[in-house]
Ligand binder design. Sequence first.
Ligand code: AMP
Length: 456
Amino acid sequence: MTTFSELGLSECIVRAVSEHGYTTPTPIQQQAIPAVIKGGDLLAGAQTGTGKTAGFTLPILERLSKGANAPKNKTDRRPIRALVLTPTRELAAQVEESVSTYGKHTNLNSGVIFGGVGINPQIKLLKNGVDILVATPGRLLDHKQQGTIDLSHIEILVLDEADRMLDMGFIHDIKKVLAVLPAKRQNLLFSATFSDEIKTLADRLLNNPAMIEVARRNSTVEVIAQKVHPVDRDKKHPLLAHLIKTHSWNQVLVFTRTKHGANKLVEQLINDGINSMAIHGNKSQSARTKALAEFKDGSLTVLVATDIAARGIDIDQLPHVVNFDLPNVPEDYVHRIGRTGRAGATGEAVSLVCVDEFKLLADIEKLIKRQLPQEIIDGFIPDPHAKAQPIQLRSFQGQGQGRGNSGGGAGGGNRSGNRPSRPAQAAPREGNPARSPVKATVKQSTPRRSGGRGSA
Ligand code: AMP
C-alpha cells in the first residue's frame, strides 16, 4: 500500500497528515500528489468527498516549502505564491483550514478571503502577507480593484470545483483574475464534471496537463443507503419530523429547493421541538458560520440548506441527508448525498418525493443508473389521485449570489443572478409516472427510542 512519504512529501508534511489521522492516501491523492510535485499543470476529475483538497494542498505545501523562495520562518512578510479559488465561502474556509492543518510543521502560512464579511481584517492579512491564499472570486477582485492585493508573485493557481464556479456565473471573474496573474505559473483545475465550458476553460488555462479522473461520485455512492419515501406535498414536514423522532436522528442535513422553503421548514421543526437552523444565501455570514459550527459539533440536530449554500459543507461521518425537495438538476442529487458516506463512511440519504417530483426522480435515476428503493411510511400513504403542480424553482429568486451578505455561499458575485444553463421550470408529470410511488411497499417505521436529542 502506498504511503504519503512514498508520494514524495517531506517528513514535516507527512507528520501533520498522520497527526490528523490519515494513514493511507486516497486514489486522487495517490495520483495528484506526485503530479503536482513535478510542477506541471493538472486537470483532475474529482468530486468532493474523494480527498481532493489534500490532493492539491499537500503537494503545494511541498513545493512552496522547498527551493530558493522557501520562507525561513512563519512570520516575515512575503508575497502570495499560491492562489486557490473556490466557488463558496464555506469551501474557501474549509480549504484554508486544511492548508493550515497540513502546513502546521512548515514555515508556510495561509489566509482566506471571501465576501459577506468586513474587508478591513482581510486588508490587514494581505498586508502582512501569506504564502497560500484561498479566495472566492468576487472578493478577490474587490481587493484587486482597491489595490490591496498583489498577485504578481503567484506560482501556483488552483481552480477548485471549477464546474460549480462556472455554474454560479463566475467565468468573467475568473477571466479577470487570470489576466492579472503572472504568465509563468502552474495551474491545477479540479472539476466534478466536464461540460464544454469546462473543456474550453481547461484548453485556455492548462499547458500539457497531467490528467486524472477518479471514480465519479455516482459510481462510488454505493456506501450510501438511498431511499425514497413517496408522500403527499403537504405531508412532507410531518413525515420528516416523524422520521427524525422515531429514529432518534441527531445530525440531519436537509435540503430544500428554496430559501423560503428552508426558513419555513425550520420554523415548523422548531415548533415540533426539533432544534433546527437554516443556511442559505440570505443569511448573514455570521449566522451561517454559527449554524455550521453548531451542526458540526453536534449541538444542532437539523441543518436545512439550499444547494449552493451547502457546497463545501464537509462533515466527517454525517449520518443522514434528507432531500425534503428533490433538486431540479439531477447532478445536484449526487452532490447532496455526497455529504454523507464521505471517505468511506457509511451514510443514509432519504428523499421525500411528492407527485410533482416524479419527473425529477426519473431524471436522477437515469443519471445514477439505478432505481431507488421506495418505501411508504405507515400513516403517510400518498393520495393516488393527487395531481401534479408546477414546481416553483429558485431561478427567479436566485440563490442570492450577489456580493455582500446576500452571497449564495459565494464571496463574490454572479452578476446575472441566474443559472442560465439550467431549465427554467421542471415539467411535472400528472398521474401515471414512470414509477408510481403507490406500488412501493408499505412498511411500518419502527420507533427505536422516543425523543432523541432534539425531540420534544
Ligand atoms: P474532500 O474531497 O477534500 O472534500 O475530502 C473528503 C473527506 O475525506 C474529508 O472529510 C477529508 O477530511 C477526508 N480525507 C481526505 N483525505 C483522506 C485520507 N487520506 N484518509 C482518510 N480521509 C481523508
